[in-house]
Design a protein around this ligand. Structure first.
Ligand SMILES: [Cu+2]
Length: 111
């Protein structure tokens, strides 16, 4: 009896795994590398700037694309030169990509 249940669970996992793979493989799909960069647009206020200019904390407005409500959170910069002109308190429009669990700003400008 127990074996039968375990077997059923195991088959269920096996049946699921291709779907999990498909979701997992999405960002690594080679076809994505030739697609134009998929960026997410947002706006907000610079709350703090890392000394090395490689990241900032931004209070961003809601981002419906990601179902994010407004919050203060860290963003990395693809290039620290993006951060150089910024000051704490600046209102900004920016675009970022999501990669390896990080939110990486690729464009940012003061409003
Ligand atoms: Cu956020």
């Amino acid at each position: 009896m127990k074996t039968k249940i375990l077997c059923a669970v195991y088959m269920g996992v096996l049946a699921m795994s291709p779907m999990l793979w498909a979701i997992d493989a999405g960002p690594l799909n080679p076809s994505n590398t030739v697609m134009p960069e998929q960026t997410i647009h947002a706006s907000g206020t610079v709350k703090s700037i890392a000394d090395n200019h490689e990241s900032v904390r931004i209070f961003h407005n809601p981002i419906p694309e990601l179902r994010w409500s407004s919050m203060t959170m860290p963003f990395n910069a693809s290039n620290h030169a993006l951060i150089d002109p910024l000051n704490v308190g600046d209102k900004v429009d920016f675009e970022f990509i999501q990669k390896d669990g990080k939110n990486i700003i690729v464009r940012i400008k003061k409003q």
